[in-house]
Design a protein around this ligand. Structure first.
Ligand code: GTP
Ligand code: MG
Length: 365
């Protein structure tokens, strides 16, 4: 049995963690008090935030798992304030984590673009890596592209810091790409959060299960450390009329992925986990599909979970070797930094002009 720690930081990280807890407790709000989590692994969860109101909003996360770092009302998307606040509270947070025990693996979930999550996550991951022996992975959410220049700037600096740090790998998902999951922003958040929660639970189960063909934490580590240390996931669910071939294809299609990736061209390692009743899992079909992928990608780990009577489900994990979408995000992020800088300089010129015009003058009464 694996010992797993899941930490959600900032509002976005907290809400995704809450979605994971919702799924794992079975969805009823009171289940967190008496329910038993349906994780196969031993899982501890922690929601960390500067804003108390964001923590209060959580429905499925136990009160003892909600940690407020005192800093009034969030850090207002300012990563410098966020970093300082983290440093001031680093020992407190590490002590809370240590009190939860020792782990085989930890996941830190946050948005790349807000203040608290985006500044805490890279520092927290590095601090955990420095202090503990277990692997630490990020699950990082990219912003809607129209959310404004501060979020775009934050996002590229957060990703850069995670990539340059000691994190064992980061799964990215993109709000912009997953926008279609809701009619409005709130329902999109809910849809995205439950999508990632379901996939994450599937992944955890697969890493902690005896399978017909085994994928385990070691294989996960190898996939996650390939490429740029960034990865993303895909998912497909079939029915009795859908051949497993199509379910696999769906999981790597635009509709199945969490981020705009071309797995054939932009990935260099992958893991594919297939679950379902034996009668739906045609082994020749599976081998053909996996071979097709591995010719382009390189190495693919394959795991199969047999489940009597269940429809086929496929989870794919792709390490990202290069990404046109990330390049575009960095371009607009860098543009945003320049624009902010120009605006700041303009404001300081205007201020200088006002000051020089007022120089030597006093109000006359
Ligand atoms: N998928 C998803 N994204 C969210 C959710 N809530 C916020 N976001 C995204 O997260 C980013 C903002 O980050 P937050 O997590 O709200 O910020 P924070 O870490 O709490 O930081 P501060 O409030 O500035 O201290 C934006 O890009 C939002 O679109 C959510 O529930 N789900
Ligand atoms: Mg917040």
């Amino acid at each position: 049995m694996l010992n797993v720690l899941i930490v959600g930081v900032g509002q976005c990280g907290n809400r995704i963690l809450d979605s994971i807890n919702k799924e794992s407790f079975g969805g009823r709000p009171l289940a967190k008090y008496y329910g038993i989590q349906k994780f196969k692994s031993h899982v501890e969860t922690l929601a960390i935030n500067t804003a108390i109101n964001d923590l209060k909003e959580l429905k499925h996360t136990r009160a003892k798992d909600r940690i407020q770092v005192p800093h009034l009302h969030g850090v207002g998307a300012n990563r410098n304030v966020g970093k300082k606040t983290f440093e001031e509270n680093k020992e407190l947070l590490l002590r809370i984590i240590e009190e939860r025990g020792d782990f085989d693996v930890a996941f830190v979930i946050a948005s790349s673009s807000g203040g608290t999550g985006s500044s805490f996550a890279p520092l927290l991951i590095d601090a955990m890596k420095e202090r503990y022996k277990y692997s630490v992975y990020g699950i990082i959410v990219l912003p809607f592209r129209e959310e404004g220049s501060i979020y775009l700037q934050n996002s590229i600096f957060c990703i850069k810091e995670i990539m340059n740090g000691n994190c064992d790998g980061t799964i990215i998902l993109d709000n912009q790409y997953l926008k279609h999951l809701g009619k409005d922003i709130q329902s999109a958040y809910d849809g995205i959060n439950s999508t990632i929660a379901n996939r994450f639970l599937f992944l955890l189960k697969a890493l902690d299960t005896e399978m017909m063909m085994v994928t385990d934490l070691g294989d996960f580590k190898t996939v996650m450390s390939g490429g740029s240390k960034l990865a993303t996931m895909g998912f497909g669910k079939g029915d009795k009329n859908m051949p497993i071939r199509s379910v696999i294809q769906h999981s790597i299609s635009h509709a199945g992925l969490l981020f705009n990736l071309d797995p054939y061209k932009e990935s260099n390692r992958a893991m594919i986990i297939i679950e379902g009743d034996k009668k739906y899992l045609n082994m020749n079909d599976i081998t053909t599909e996996v071979e097709k992928l591995s010719i382009e990608i390189g190495h693919i780990f394959k795991g199969i979970l047999l489940r009597n009577g269940e429809m086929p489900r496929v989870l794919t994990l792709f390490s990202i070797s290069s990404s046109a979408e990330l390049d575009r995000l960095f371009e607009i992020g860098i543009d945003a930094v320049h624009k902010e800088k120009e605006k700041k300089e303009l404001i300081s010129v205007v201020n200088d002009e006002i000051n020089s015009k007022l120089d030597g003058l006093e109000p006359q009464y």
